[in-house]
Design a protein around this ligand. Structure first.
Ligand SMILES: [Zn+2]
Length: 485
């Protein structure tokens, strides 16, 4: 088909509506609670009936980021108690994607997702949606390849026909290997060293620091403490510098602190580390009224520009070296290393009034150490059973280096990030994102945000949010809120 004919055919789908998709089950408190567990969102309006009854909602509600999960088909290829009588009619997006596949645009990537809420869903709501194909763009040259942007809008209603929200979704269908990004990136002057932490030098473990490294292996930060005078110090010494005692015990630190000072290492680059490497002098919270101690450690989950003196941080453990000799208590045994990341911001118990919010105000950083469990639990709780979100072998076969977060889980984290900051009764009216780099396991994902606009009269607040890992921005977008006046 000639390009003009293809575009004409594709654009003949614009405005077409798909069949009504009805959810198999209504919204339930159990499914809401599973979602809250997966996202770590402990807002009581989703799970605590007593609190929810007294809230602006008057009862339990579903998190706003779940709008488009309830009518999903479930795990494919499983026997159904009541299978559909006939295969469902093709929706317009599937029709357009089929034509594009046939024309060689076989690559696909999600570009934008915009959820707009009319009201929060409640347990018992049975959801349905109708898809409308909103736009197919002319062929565009993009970094990934030449392709067409396909935009659909889904209108969500209850089974009684009440309009509860909309989803705008845009994907790019492209021809692989036609992108503007160079096929072979410019040769770096110096290749980055292998970042596998097992390549770091092993520490020397001796009688003076044995207690410290035993603690590290148990994921316990043991602060040497003089049994004679109670003096705490760091690093370990064989003898108390205050009273001279050789009787040294330890006190366990909770691992919370603040950045006292920091530096960024660019060169020289040693194997086992990721560069640029942020190294911080962390002032630990005082224990038992003793003067605070400071320790040097790597700071992960932050770009050099995000670090500032006084920034709250928390300890996390890097199990850097598998044991050479299982059970060895010297440096031939397993090694764990303390490192720090931005402290998880506290969740607001009350809801901030719009009048107390200032345009331009920054939200505290939040770093999520993404694990396979985060990814799989999020995929299942958002009822997204695409194999690239739960099956590493199949993800490899599809050319992905690992499983990665699905969009709805990322939206869930974004919603949690902003409502933890704004308070439990901040009403989310829209979640809009542009999608970027994938969120793979073991790459910390750091959320940052700033208030874009405040209308104190209506209580409408727009918060800009970005979540990035070392590959670049994963999601960039806005959360629109209604706050109490
Ligand atoms: Zn002492």
């Amino acid at each position: 088909m000639a390009a003009d004919d293809l575009l004409t055919t594709l654009q003949s789908y614009v405005g077409k509506r798909g069949p009504v998709q009805v959810a198999r089950h209504p919204v339930t408190p159990t499914a809401i609670a599973d979602w809250c567990d997966a996202i770590g969102d402990i807002n009581p309006v989703y799970v605590d009936e007593e609190v929810a009854a007294k809230s602006r909602h008057g009862g339990l509600v579903a998190p706003p980021a779940t709008l488009d999960i309830w009518d999903r088909p479930g795990l494919p290829a499983q026997p159904r108690f009541r299978p559909p009588e006939k295969p469902p009619a093709e929706d317009p997006r599937s029709g357009v994607l089929r034509l594009l596949d046939e024309a060689g645009y076989v690559g696909v990537v999600a570009v934008n997702s915009e959820l707009e809420l009319v009201r929060y869903l409640r347990p018992g709501d049975l959801l349905q949606n109708v898809q409308v194909l909103e736009d197919v763009s002319p062929e565009k040259q993009t970094a990934l390849g030449v392709g067409h942007f396909v935009t659909t809008r889904q209108r969500y209603e209850t089974s009684e026909g009440e309009h509860v929200g909309d989803l705008l979704f845009r994907i790019l269908k492209f021809k692989p290997n036609t992108g503007t990004a160079p096929a072979t990136p410019a040769e770096p002057s110096r290749p980055a060293p292998d970042a596998n932490p097992a390549l770091r030098p092993r520490p020397g473990i001796n009688r003076d620091n044995q207690t410290l490294y035993d603690g590290y292996r148990a994921h316990e930060l043991r602060v040497p403490t003089c049994k004679g005078c109670g003096r705490q110090f760091f690093p370990p010494l064989p003898r108390c510098s205050a009273c001279g005692s050789f009787d040294i015990g330890y006190t366990v630190s909770a691992g919370r602190g603040t950045v006292y000072s920091h530096t960024v290492v660019h060169y020289p680059q040693a194997p086992g580390f990721r560069y640029p490497l942020v190294v911080a002098l962390v002032e630990l919270e005082p224990i038992d009224g003793q003067p605070p101690l400071r320790m040097v450690a790597d700071l992960v989950g932050v770009t050099p520009a995000q670090v500032h003196v006084g920034m709250p941080v928390q300890l996390e453990w890097l199990d850097s070296h598998p044991a050479l000799v299982e059970g060895a208590t010297d440096s031939r045994g397993p090694i764990s290393i303390p490192q720090f990341r931005p402290a998880t911001p506290a969740r607001r118990a009350d809801t901030v009034p719009a009048g107390d919010v200032e345009a331009g105000a920054a939200l505290p950083l939040w770093t999520l150490p993404v694990s396979p469990t985060h990814i799989v639990a999020g995929a299942v709780a958002t009822r997204d059973f695409q194999d690239v979100h739960h099956d590493r072998d199949l993800a490899h076969r599809k050319g992905s280096k690992d499983i990665f977060l699905n969009i709805n889980t990322s939206l869930g984290y974004m919603q949690r990030y902003v409502t933890d900051w704004a308070g439990p009764e901040a009403l989310v009216t829209a979640l809009r994102v542009r999608l970027g780099a994938p969120a793979y396991p073991y790459l910390p994902l750091t959320f940052s945000g700033a208030v874009q606009s405040v209308d104190a009269e209506s209580g409408r607040v727009v918060v800009g949010v970005q979540a990035s890992n070392e590959l670049g921005p994963h999601i960039t977008g806005t959360v629109e809120l209604e706050l109490p006046q």
